[in-house]
Design a protein around this ligand. Structure first.
Ligand SMILES: [Mg+2]
Ligand SMILES: [Zn+2]
Length: 212
């Protein structure tokens, strides 16, 4: 380790799920379901997102989005609309001087309606493909990194990647049953991304960084 130049040392990252963590979910009246926004109009970034991400960056972590976006393949919105939503997030964060270190998206779905996206891929969470890609490209130490998501597939994906997992949400009996059923227990739970910096700081104090 001592002979390694600092810039070559593997970096730690905080990976973020996007919908439900950085921006709010929306209610789709026609389908009667709560899910990912399908237009820039529907997309609302949480007011604390930029400051939380900036604080996490100040702790020395890379900040990277890992998100399933099957909406294009399911014809819920166009690729252009996806790009516009992505721009809206980037602009909202940059207004507060915050810039993410990376974004990785899976556009596939086994039953996508557009054939180029119809795929049982290795990058759709709960599979860890995007984490491995990010780790390879950005020299990330997955074992000492965290994944923050709002669904149990995020917990599963983070664990499969070898990261520690933080679930955003509120503990209920139903959630407890689902965790048991899915065998997906997060390492930590917080009500929102707003509480992430504080949690990470408290963990830093007690954390023994695993050396390879
Ligand atoms: Mg989500
Ligand atoms: Zn994929």
């Amino acid at each position: 380790m001592s002979k390694l130049k600092l810039k070559d040392a593997p970096k730690r990252a905080i990976f973020f799920d996007k919908d439900g963590v950085i921006n709010d979910l929306t209610y789709n009246r026609e389908e009667g379901i709560i899910g990912s926004p399908r237009s820039t109009k529907e997309l609302e970034i949480f007011p604390y997102a930029a400051s939380s991400i900036k604080e996490i960056q100040s702790m020395g972590y890379l900040t990277i989005i890992i998100s399933n976006q099957p909406g294009v393949g399911k014809k819920q919105f166009s690729f252009r609309e996806f790009q516009k939503m992505q721009d809206k997030v980037t602009r909202a964060l940059s207004r507060e001087g915050c810039k993410l270190d990376g974004e990785y998206y899976c556009f596939h779905h086994p039953s996508a309606l557009i054939s180029k996206y119809t795929l049982d891929c290795d990058c759709r969470k709960p599979k860890p493909g995007l984490f491995f890609q990010a780790a390879k490209e950005r020299k990330i130490d997955l074992q000492n990194s965290f994944f923050i998501g709002d669904a149990l597939i995020d917990v599963k994906a983070g664990k499969a990647a070898g990261c520690k997992t933080i679930l955003v949400g509120h503990y209920t009996d139903f959630l407890n049953r689902m965790m048991k059923e899915e065998d997906a227990f997060p390492d930590h739970m917080i009500p929102s991304l707003k509480e992430a910096p504080k949690l990470l700081r408290s963990l830093e104090k007690s954390m023994i960084v695993v050396k390879h």
